[in-house]
Design a protein around this ligand. Sequence first.
Ligand code: AMP
Length: 249
Amino acid sequence: MKVLVAVKRVVDYNVKVRVKADGSDVDIANVKMSMNPFDEIAVEEAVRLKEAGKVSEIIAVSMGVKQCEETLRTALAMGADRAILVETDVELQPLAVAKLLKAVADKEQPQLVILGKQAIDDDANQTGQMTSALLGWSQGTFASKVDLAAETVDVIREIDGGLETVKLRLPAVVTADLRLNEPRFIKLPNIMAAKKKPLDKTTPADLGVDAAPRLKTLKVAEPAKRSAGIKVANAAELVAKLKNEAKVL
Ligand code: AMP
């Protein structure tokens, strides 16, 4: 069984991004970029399914600038078999990524597509759902457990206040949540071996997809600064403040 895993190159989660002076965007010049953390979980899950003998081939796919190759090499070092870069300098929004992913899926015919539940740069949480809709495949989003069988996949989903289990008929789209697994540490020999694994390149035009943005960013602003807290002398003062000032009691 073939699995397609989508990996996005994003600003590293340790970087505190700054808004550009003109408020047009965040400034990502010279900041560290890494694989989106939820996509690492998606790749890890695919590799575990292969190690369990349930999957025969893992294809990592990334859309974006040339440097996404580094992200794909990381996926290959984790255990993906080959990679596809859909190269473009156009700013990609979730709908464009979903259309590109559908085009790649149409060619590759995987039984399962695994994505992260959300990219930590745009926080959109849309691409998996849109991909499933465009393909007409079932979806299991926010997965915290995936149980793959020959024709179905059971997905335990993290929902408000609990867990929901869904049984999907394959082919299906699954998005990985935080508790699905803990991605492995990549060893040096695997990084070296990944350099020799195949990485194919294509473009949105080759795939017949118009990837132009449909949304326009009007303004980007820093969140409001939190005001400083105060110390109270005793519980009685705290209760009085909650009653009279915060009016929550
Ligand atoms: P989003 O809908 O933007 O929050 O992204 C959800 C998931 O879609 C990510 O975790 C990735 O798995 C996938 N994705 C989004 N953008 C890209 C991209 N440019 N290349 C590859 N995968 C992507």
